[in-house]
Design a protein around this ligand. Structure first.
Ligand SMILES: Cc1cc2nc3c(=O)[nH]c(=O)nc-3n(C[C@H](O)[C@H](O)[C@H](O)COP(=O)(O)OP(=O)(O)OC[C@H]3O[C@@H](n4cnc5c(N)ncnc54)[C@H](O)[C@@H]3O)c2cc1C
Length: 487
C-alpha cells in the first residue's frame, strides 16, 4: 500500500513527486509511457512565461506568476538549461495595439514586474531583424527559455533520489475507492493501492477524473506544430518574439530553445485524438506564414525537424487544481494544464504535493537529499574540462553523436542512473545524441549497441520510444527463414 500514487510523469507529476520528498511516506508515479516527459512536457515552446497572458484572478495567472519566480533558482540548483532572455509581443495594427495594452494591464494586475510598452523605434533598435512594419510591442524582461524535458527529468531524478518509485508502461485504466481505506488503480502491471491519488495525466486526465467524479470535466486536444532549425543558423533576435495572442493560444513565436536552436511555432488546431502528434502541411504552412510577419527573411532550409505537441485545453479555460470535485476523499488532480503549465509547474507541484501530504497528515521528512545537478554536457565543457573528464573516464574520449558532440560516457551515465534512459529517445532527451542536424542518422546504431550492453537486452528489444516502436524487425536469418517458408 502506497501513501500517495501520482498518475502521469510529465512536468506536473514530476514536480508533485519532488515536493513529496519533503514528507515521510511511500510514493510512486505511474506513467503510461516508457519514460518521463513523453506528453506535452517534451513538445512545447519551452517558455517560462512572465504571466501577462492569463486573466487576472484565474488559477492560470496565479500559478504562472508564482512558478515563473521559482524558475531561476530551480534551474540553477539542477543545472537545467534556462536563460532569462525576455520577450516581446509585437503588433502591427490598431487592434494589436489594443491587445497589447490589455496584456499590459493584465500583467500589472497579475503582479508581473518590469513590463513596458514600446514604440517602433525602440523595437527596431532592440531587435533590428524585426519586420519594419511593426508599430508597438509589449516588452516582458522576466520571460525566459528553459529546456522543458530536462526540467522534467531533473525533477524526476530528485524525486527518485529521495525514494519516489517510477513505474513505467503502466497506463491507469480504472480507479475505484477501496472501502474506507483509499484508492485502487488498475494498470497492465497489476493493481496498486494508495491512501491518496493525484491525477496529473495531461490529456488523459479527464478520463480518469470522470471515472471517479459525478461532476465531469472536458478537455479539448489542441495541437501545436513547430519547425526546429539547426543551431548552426544564428538566431536572428535577442529575445523571444511573440505575435499577439489569438483565442486559440498565445500567438506564434520565434524563439531560441534553451540549447540555441531557432524554434518557429506553434499552430493551434482542435483535433479529436489527443495522442495524435503528427505534423501537417496545413499546420506548418500556417506557422511559416505567421513567422514571415515577424521575420520577413525567415528561411526554413536549415530545418532539422518538425514536431507537434497537444495542449489539454479545458472547456472552462482555466487550470483545475485541488481535491477532485464530486469524488470521494483522498483524490487530487491537476487538470487542463495547458500553457502556461510548464511555467506554473514548480508552483503547482509545491502546492498540490503539500495539499495531499497535509490531507494524510504525513510527517516531515527527516532528511531531503539535495538535487544532484544534471551533468555538464561535454559539448559545453572548456578544453581543460574535457581533458580532465577524459582522464577520469576514458569513455569521454569516444564521440558517439558528432552533430551534438555527445560522448559514450554521457550516454552510459544516462542509461545507468535512476530513472535512466531505456530507448533511443530516452537517450536523446538526456544527452542530446540524435538532436542535431542528422537527427540520429549516424549515431542511432551505436546508441542502440550501448543500450543493449547496459541493459543486457537484444537489439530486437530496443525501441525508439517504447511500445511497438522497435527499430529492428528480426535478424537476417529469421527473415530468410520466413521468406523460405512463404516460398
Ligand atoms: C504546443 C504547446 C506549446 C506549449 N508551450 C508552453 C510554453 O511555452 N510555456 C508553458 O509554460 N507551457 C507551454 N505549454 C504547456 C505545457 O507544455 C504543459 O502545460 C505541460 O507540459 C503539462 O504537463 P503535464 O505534466 O500536466 O502533462 P504531460 O506532460 O502531458 O504529462 C502527462 C503524462 O501523463 C501520462 N498519462 C496520460 N494518461 C495516463 C494514464 N491513464 N495512466 C498513466 N499515465 C497517463 C502521459 O503519458 C504523460 O506522460 C505548451 C503546450 C503545448 C502542447
Amino acid at each position: 500500500m502506497y501513501d500517495i500514487l501520482i498518475i502521469g510523469a510529465g512536468v506536473t507529476g514530476c514536480a508533485v513527486a519532488r515536493q513529496l520528498c519533503h514528507y515521510q511516506g511511500k510514493f510512486a508515479v505511474l506513467e503510461a509511457a516508457e519514460d518521463v516527459a513523453d506528453g506535452a512536457s517534451k513538445a512545447n515552446s519551452g517558455i517560462v512565461h512572465a504571466g501577462f497572458d492569463a486573466k487576472p484572478g484565474t488559477k492560470k495567472a496565479y500559478y504562472n506568476v508564482k512558478g515563473a519566480k521559482m524558475y531561476a533558482k530551480l534551474a540553477k540548483d539542477m543545472n537545467v538549461p534556462y536563460d532569462p532572455i525576455g520577450a516581446l509581443v509585437i503588433g502591427f495594427t490598431d487592434e494589436d495595439r489594443e491587445t497589447i495594452q490589455k496584456l499590459y494591464d493584465q500583467g500589472q494586475k497579475n503582479g508581473v514586474e518590469q513590463l513596458r510598452i514600446l514604440g517602433r523605434e525602440e523595437i527596431l533598435q532592440m531587435e533590428p531583424n524585426t519586420n519594419p512594419d511593426v508599430t508597438c510591442a509589449l516588452y516582458a524582461p522576466t520571460s525566459a527559455v528553459v529546456s522543458p524535458y530536462e526540467m522534467t527529468l531533473a525533477l524526476s531524478y530528485h524525486a527518485a533520489d529521495n525514494g519516489v518509485e517510477f513505474i513505467f508502461d503502466a497506463p491507469v485504466s480504472a480507479m475505484r475507492k477501496d472501502g474506507g481505506n483509499g484508492w485502487v488503480v488498475t494498470t497492465p502491471k497489476g493493481e496498486f493501492s494508495a491512501r491518496a491519488v493525484i491525477n496529473c495525466a495531461g490529456i488523459g486526465a479527464a478520463a480518469l477524473h470522470n471515472m471517479i467524479s459525478d461532476q465531469p470535466v472536458r478537455l479539448i486536444p489542441r495541437r501545436g506544430e513547430y519547425y526546429l532549425l539547426d543551431h548552426t543558423v544564428k538566431y536572428p533576435f535577442s529575445r523571444t518574439m511573440f505575435q499577439v495572442p489569438s483565442k486559440m493560444g498565445k500567438g506564434v513565436l520565434i524563439s531560441p530553445t534553451a540549447h540555441g536552436n531557432a524554434l518557429l511555432g506553434p499552430s493551434a488546431e482542435d483535433i479529436d485524438d489527443g495522442f495524435d502528434t503528427a505534423t501537417t502541411r496545413q499546420g506548418l504552412d500556417f506557422v511559416l506564414d505567421k513567422c514571415r510577419l515577424t521575420w520577413p527573411k525567415v528561411n526554413i532550409r536549415p530545418v532539422i525537424t518538425t514536431f507537434s505537441g497537444v495542449r489539454a485545453h479545458p472547456d472552462t479555460d482555466d487550470f483545475i487544481i485541488g481535491p477532485v470535485s464530486g469524488a470521494a476523499e483522498g483524490a487530487f488532480e491537476a487538470i487542463g494544464i495547458e500553457s502556461p503549465g510548464l511555467s506554473a509547474a514548480p508552483a503547482v507541484g509545491e502546492e498540490l504535493g503539500d495539499m495531499a501530504a497535509h490531507y494524510l497528515k504525513l510527517p516531515d521528512a527527516r532528511m531531503v537529499k539535495p538535487a544532484v545537478p544534471l551533468l555538464k554536457l561535454f559539448s559545453a565543457m572548456s578544453e581543460e574540462e574535457r581533458a580532465e573528464a577524459c582522464r577520469a573516464n576514458p569513455d569521454y574520449g569516444r564521440i558517439v553523436c558528432r552533430c551534438e558532440v555527445v560522448t559514450e560516457a554521457e550516454i552510459r551515465d544516462a542509461i545507468r542512473r535512476p530513472v535512466g534512459a531505456r530507448s533511443i529517445d530516452g537517450v536523446k532527451r538526456r544527452t542530446r545524441a540524435g538532436m542535431g542536424r542528422c537527427q540520429g542518422g549516424f549515431c542511432s546504431p551505436r546508441v542502440m549497441e550501448i543500450l543493449c550492453e547496459e541493459r543486457g537486452v537484444s537489439p530486437l528489444e530496443i525501441t525508439k520510444s517504447g511500445g511497438e516502436s522497435r527499430l529492428l524487425v528480426g535478424t537476417l536469418n529469421d527473415i530468410a527463414k520466413e521468406a523460405r517458408g512463404h516460398a
